[in-house]
Design a protein around this ligand. Sequence first.
Ligand SMILES: Cc1cc2nc3c(=O)[nH]c(=O)nc-3n(C[C@H](O)[C@H](O)[C@H](O)COP(=O)(O)OP(=O)(O)OC[C@H]3O[C@@H](n4cnc5c(N)ncnc54)[C@H](O)[C@@H]3O)c2cc1C
Length: 427
Amino acid sequence: MQRDLDVLIVGAGPAGIGAALTAHRRGLRVAVVDKHSFPRDKTCGDGLTTGALRLLEQLGIRVPAVARYQRVEQVVLVSPSGRRVELPLPEHGEHSAVVPRVELDAALVEHARAAGVEIRETHALTGLAERGTDTRAHAEKGGMRATFADGSTDDARFVIGADGHWSTVRRLREPNRPRDLGTWHAVRQYFRHVDDRRQWVLFPEELLPGYAWVFPLPDGRANVGFGVLREDGTKGSSATKGKQVADLWSRVLEHPWMREILGPDAEPEDRTSAWPIPAAFDAARLSDGPVLYVGDAAGVVDPMTGEGIAQALETGVLAASAIAGSPAIAVGGAADAVATRYTRDVKRALGRDLRFAAALQRVLHSPLGARASIATVGLSGWTRRNFARWMFEDYPRAAVFTPDRWKRGMFTAPGAYADAGLRSAEQ
Ligand SMILES: Cc1cc2nc3c(=O)[nH]c(=O)nc-3n(C[C@H](O)[C@H](O)[C@H](O)COP(=O)(O)OP(=O)(O)OC[C@H]3O[C@@H](n4cnc5c(N)ncnc54)[C@H](O)[C@@H]3O)c2cc1C
């Protein structure tokens, strides 16, 4: 069956679902395709910041009701010297949570489907061509023709590439571009029998400016992992890098801090899984004719923390809003106006935060910089509380330097779901 859509979204992760719900709400004819069937895993720390939780709430998704939701109340940073700084999170509303992506992403797909969005699973995109060369009618409409693994096709005025780091959409549009191995390389493994319920972020010297984490999950489970910066995302043998990463993982697990946090009974539940993190934001690569890129396909991950779920949701929402808000949708073609608006909106919403985070990441390169930063965070109750809000994207990273985004109460607002009174234990 071939349809004529306003927008075809490739990828049903957070970026794709954020775009799909927005497009559907705005009255666009939209369909989402994903090469996997849900539930499917995505290698991730599973951490949801305040920013991500608020965006999910705005999209109508009750995340605290999702299976295996774990509310976080206490965060601990460990500096390269071993100094620990505890960060209390505000009580009013959800400020940090952990939900396995296998559950979260399936819940997002289910929610979008219940809202009326058409989602086709095990439907991989394999080809993408500009429409307009075959018939006069197509030339007037503009847009793209997408081909799928089963040979079927769809026509769409716009395509949103929400297909993650190894974006097929990008590869089909830029076939000669070298393979991008990502800015960060990160590893995750689930453990069981972990008693500590705090969210740990550890900065051992050998990982800087990267870090290791232990994120709590219900039933004594934990998501454990680390991320390291790649020296050059486009060079080097991935096999060698893979071996180095495996060695580093063994060292991280043997580290005395890690052994203490995991406790004597902890045992791995599954194999390690590794995935790149794209954090080299380039506004010029957000669009390409009638194609808009969102989430990891757009490289909008926070370069300091490696968090990308909030950014994926936000770029998804902005891309669909740019398409819905443009008169181009009524007349076809005129992709430039949509691309210009989308690029402007992403730069305004995220560009300055991503640049600021990249600058801060450079401070964490040296043990001295990392030690000094964590010592500053731990100076007083006020610094600890406010750093926790800043770290969990309670407000934009570079908010202090961008007065055009200031609004009343932005530094003291309640977390997500504050009015719903939801708590994971009550579900
Ligand atoms: C180890 C690790 C830890 C992380 N920890 C965190 C964290 O704690 N918090 C946080 O906020 N972020 C974290 N991130 C980043 C976060 O995982 C990503 O930024 C986020 O998943 C991006 O969402 P997305 O929707 O853009 O892409 P994805 O979640 O990757 O979704 C892309 C979708 O596209 C589909 N797809 C791909 N190709 C095709 C095709 N050809 N046809 C159809 N569908 C296709 C895939 O099946 C997939 O469902 C971490 C990343 C890593 C690697």
